[in-house]
Every structure is written in structure tokens, then in C-alpha cells.
Design a binder for this molecule. Structure first.
Ligand code: GRF
Length: 193
């Protein structure tokens, strides 16, 4: 039976768009039932709208604490009939209730456990990789637990760090790897479920 996923975003929603298109083309056996954002007005919401994916902005003024935000998010996700959550550039702490253990995935733009944790996101990750002189980097798709970038790894993909890389050139190379890594990890996850 086709699973129904909520995709959680805070920014441009590149994975949301790619995964949404793959689902609609029948290349990923998944339905996207909700795009939930903690930020209003982000490009991800426009992309969801264009794909016909229902959208919800939750707590844009940050009135809720992490537990309150998470409770509201899981309630909305369940009400939307979703039983799987994909974090895709989502930058708020999500406290995963026990009933959802193993059903929340995230993609991170480094080879975890290196360059993960609080504050390690986006260009901060790639800058740290360059500062350390890494010759290889990549991305990790993992199951989300209640520590940042910590849960069991589903899939990793690598790419080289080139001598003249800037944060932007490296970020672009890693994202190219991410584009296939997330759908491949989801397929693997669904096959193993
Ligand atoms: C990706 O680099 C992913 O690894 C990270 O967020 C980025 C995608 O979000 N978790 P966006 O398209 O930039 O909003």
C-alpha cells in the first residue's frame, strides 16, 4: 500500500519539489500528504502549492516550546493521514513521540557523525568541511531520534572536495549527490519496512 508522507521544511524546499515530482511521476511509491513549514513565506510553500501539496505553517512567531511545537506538528501530520515524515531542510527541533520512532527521516549534508549537531546546517557544514581540509564529503540520510543528526544511518553517498572549492561550489556538488540519495534512501527504507 502506498505510504503517505509529510515533508517538513524551513527554506527553499528543493527536496520537497524533487520528491514531490518523483511521486507524481510514479517513480517513488509514496504520496506527499502535507508540507509543513515553521517559517511563513518560504519558497518551499510555493513549490508545494505548485505541486498541489497541502501546506501548513506552524508557529511562525515561535510562541511554542519544542515540546508544544512537536505536539502540534504530529497532531496535524496524523490528521493529514500521514504515517511517515521526511525532514527536508527543516531547522526546528522536533521531539519524536515513541509511537513515531523509526518513521521520521532526515537528510544531512555531511558524512555523519562528522559535522553534525546543533548549529551544523547549510553553509556552516560546508565551511567546517573546508576548514578541516577534508578531501571527501557527502550526505547522510538517517532515522531521526531526539538528538540532532544522531539516529541510525539509512544511506550515505560521497563526493570529492576539490582544492579550489568555495562553500558555494561544495554545497552545489553535495546537493547533486543528495538529489538521488534521498529518494534512493526512501525506496530502501520502504522496501525494508
Ligand atoms: C539540504 O542540503 C539538506 O541536506 C539539508 O537542507 C538542505 C535542503 O533544504 N537538510 P533547502 O532546499 O535548502 O531548503
Amino acid at each position: 500500500m502506498t505510504r503517505r508522507a509529510a515533508i517538513l521544511v524551513s527554506g527553499t524546499g528543493r527536496h520537497l519539489e524533487h520528491i514531490g515530482r518523483l511521486c507524481q511521476a510514479g517513480e517513488l511509491d509514496l504520496e506527499v500528504g502535507l508540507c509543513l513549514s515553521n517559517k511563513p513565506g518560504v519558497l518551499a510553500l510555493e513549490r508545494a502549492e505548485a505541486l498541489g501539496i497541502p501546506q501548513l505553517v506552524l508557529d511562525p512567531e515561535r510562541n511554542l516550546n519544542d515540546a508544544g511545537f512537536s505536539h502540534a506538528a504530529f497532531t496535524a501530520i496524523q490528521d493529514a493521514g500521514c504515517d511517515l515524515i521526511l525532514l527536508a531542510g527543516f531547522l526546528r527541533m522536533l521531539v519524536v513521540p515513541r509511537a513515531w520512532n523509526g518513521r521520521v527521516l532526515n537528510i544531512h549534508p555531511s558524512l555523519l557523525p562528522a559535522f553534525g549537531g546543533k548549529g551544523c546546517w547549510g553553509h556552516h557544514v560546508h565551511q567546517a568541511v573546508l576548514d578541516r581540509g577534508c578531501q571527501v564529503t557527502g550526505c547522510t540520510v538517517h532515522v531521526v531520534d531526539n538528538q540532532y543528526d544522531h539516529g541510525p544511518i539509512v544511506l550515505q553517498r560521497t563526493c570529492p572536495v576539490e582544492p579550489n572549492d568555495t562553500v558555494d561550489t561544495l554545497a552545489a556538488r553535495v546537493f547533486e549527490v543528495e538529489r538521488d540519495a534521498y529518494p534512493d534512501a526512501i525506496r530502501q527504507y520502504l522496501a525494508d519496512a
